[in-house]
Design a protein around this ligand. Structure first.
Ligand SMILES: *Cc1c(COP(=O)(O)O)cnc(C)c1O
Length: 378
């Protein structure tokens, strides 16, 4: 368990492991003693458990969250050159897979309040070649799926939710009914990278869908397009979750509600202690989503960030700049989708700062972090 002398960490997977050590060690030992390491009982069980948790029909696990996006896109059989609308403010993988598959990423801006795809920008970007939209549920809350779904329906577009960052969050419909993030579009994907809200002790990912025919294609695509041993129906890739990770994820999924609740408690302390600080803008929660705080992201004035980071570092408080270069400004995107106009994303790239956020932060640690931030502005 963490002690008073431990440094404050951005994430703390070791202390979290100690919290659930017995169960994890048992699960790992079960796999070792089964002698089966690929596509066996633990993977099948985990796919069922996670489908149940998300209340969706089909879950196909794969090697990582980037593969999940790639397989999801491949399953839709889009024409080469088809346009796929993606946000400028995200992790590179969202944009990269589109270009990698010979499709055209159309990079558009995000909402200044919630940092997710701005439906007005999506609407403006639609052409005869648009085939799909990839909203990213950034930092732990859902994009505006209601508006995006309307646009998609009107224009006959697919929606693939990139849910690498909001596993367990709920989208709230106007009638107050809820559905889990990742299960609302045609397809949803997630990442089990260790630092994500549901993280493995290695790599992993999954694709979610409700359509059995899509599920069949996704399963084939993740496994060389293979229908039975040495028989290949499609050109696919090789991307799989292994038994060890599935067993670990199965244990951690049982704690998901608690873990997301712990993240919310940390966010509540930040909010309470920083709410009167005028110089800092705290994260806003959208009316249509619950928040699972993958990241706790504050916004500061343009000239303030470097000074604040330095001040915090000196006090022993780590912080992190997420997405310092928006997608359309990345060197790899020059000539692909570089003429995008995304002033909000460019602004966020210069003003956002991620504070420590994980399940093991103590009240004292969060108060200490807030105290250091308040000191900086005094
Ligand atoms: C982490 C992440 C991914 C990629 O997941 P990997 O498992 O690292 O491949 C994709 N999109 C977003 C928004 C992410 O945060």
């Amino acid at each position: 368990m963490s002690s008073a002398n431990d440094p404050i960490r951005m994430v703390d997977l070791l202390t979290q492991y100690q919290r659930i050590k017995e169960e994890i060690d048992q699960a790992v030992s079960d796999v070792l003693n089964s002698g089966q390491f690929i596509q066996d009982k633990h993977v099948h069980d985990f796919e069922k458990t996670i489908a149940n948790f998300l209340n969706t029909s089909h879950v196909v696990t794969c090697g990582n969250g980037t593969d999940a996006l790639q397989i999801a896109l491949m399953s839709l059989k889009l024409e080469p050159g088809s346009e796929v609308i993606v946000p400028a403010y995200t992790y590179f993988a969202t944009v990269e897979v589109v270009a990698l598959l010979g499709l055209t990423p159309v990079i558009v801006d995000v909402d200044p309040e919630f940092f997710t795809l701005d439906p007005r920008c999506v609407q403006e970007a639609i052409t005869d070649n648009t085939a799909a939209i990839i909203p990213v549920h950034l930092f732990g809350q859902c994009a505006d799926l209601g508006s995006l779904k309307n646009i998609a329906t009107e224009n006959g577009l697919y929606i693939i939710e990139d849910n690498a960052q909001a596993f367990g969050a709920d989208y709230i419909f106007p009638d107050n009914s809820q559905k889990k993030a990742g299960t609302i579009g045609h397809l949803g994907t997630t990442s089990f990278y260790p630092t994500k809200n549901l993280g493995a002790y290695g790599d992993g990912g999954a694709v979610f869908c409700a359509d059995p025919e899509l599920e069949r294609r996704i399963r084939l695509l993740a496994n060389h397009g293979q229908t039975s041993k040495y028989v290949h129906e499609l050109i696919g890739i090789n991307s799989r979750l292994d038994e060890m990770q599935a067993a670990i994820l199965g244990v951690k999924l049982n704690h998901q509600h608690t873990f997301n609740q712990l993240r919310r408690s940390v966010a509540a302390i930040y909010e309470k202690e920083l709410e009167n600080l005028r110089e800092v803008k705290l994260p806003s929660t959208a009316s249509y989503s619950t928040h699972v705080y993958h990241q706790y992201v504050i916004q500061v004035q343009k000239g303030d960030r470097e000074g604040l980071i330095k001040h915090l570092t000196t006090a022993g408080v780590p912080s992190n700049v997420y997405c310092p270069i928006p997608m359309h400004k990345q060197q790899a995107m020059q000539g692909v989708s570089s003429n995008a106009h995304c002033p909000v994303s460019e602004d966020l790239a210069m003003t956002c700062l991620c504070l420590p956020m994980h399940t093991e932060l103590t009240q004292d640690e969060v108060s200490f972090i807030c105290e250091q931030i308040l000191n900086y502005y005094q």
